[in-house]
Design a protein around this ligand. Structure first.
Ligand code: URA
Length: 201
């Protein structure tokens, strides 16, 4: 079942991003999903289209799903911050702590409704918002328990990071292999996609 969860969220005014957004980019996918992926915040394309992970980051996110044998309709995908942070509407910028804190209400609401068996965080902002722990690269690729939610968390680098850090592509594939193993250990089904077919380019 593909379903949008909350009408109220589309009218959110919990922080000042509501003044500059085109629309709130709310979570999407299946409310029965076993796996929830959490990104950082919408960029320009997402703000215009109203859908998370379109554009260059979206292409990389879809490669991740291929490698894991998952589809967007079978997972839940949302962002830690639901409105686009920008510099005067032109360049994307990282969300500020107050914006992340304000939007945590919606992250919790998604987690309460979907109750996934595994959370996969994409990058620092999502990891810190879900776990309350400080992000460090060594914290990737391992299962944590999100204390507040009692749900296992697996941290990945944000896929957009690979656009600048081509040297990390091999590491990313290893992390995805570790994620496949973590999913199997939680008895979540993984597909058989080979890295050759689904490599990042
Ligand atoms: N990056 C994110 O973290 N989320 C999006 O929706 C798009 C790019």
């Amino acid at each position: 079942m593909s379903e949008l969860l909350s009408q109220d969220e589309s009218a959110c005014a919990r922080c000042e991003l509501s003044l500059t957004r085109t629309q709130v980019v709310i979570g999407r996918g299946s409310v029965d999903a076993e796996v929830m992926f959490i990104g950082e915040a919408p960029g320009r394309n997402e703000d215009l289209q109203g859908r998370g992970f379109t554009g260059a980051a979206g292409q990389r996110f879809d490669r991740i799903l291929e490698i894991l044998g998952l589809e967007r309709d079978g997972i839940w995908l949302c962002n830690a911050v639901r409105c686009r942070p920008s510099i005067a509407g032109k360049r994307n910028r990282p969300p500020k702590p107050l914006e992340i804190a304000a939007c945590r209400h919606w992250l919790k609401s998604d987690l309460d409704r979907v109750r996934p068996r595994l959370i996969v965080t994409l990058g620092r902002v999502a990891f810190e918002s879900v776990t309350g722990m400080e992000w460090r690269a060594e914290r990737r690729s391992t299962l944590y328990e999100a204390q507040e939610f009692k749900i296992p968390v697996f941290a990945l680098y944000h896929p957009a990071y690979l656009i600048y850090r081509r040297d990390l592509v091999g590491t990313y594939h290893q992390d995805l292999e570790a994620l496949r193993a973590a999913m199997r250990s939680l008895r979540i089904s993984v597909g058989n996609m080979s890295h050759g077919d689904a490599a990042f380019n």
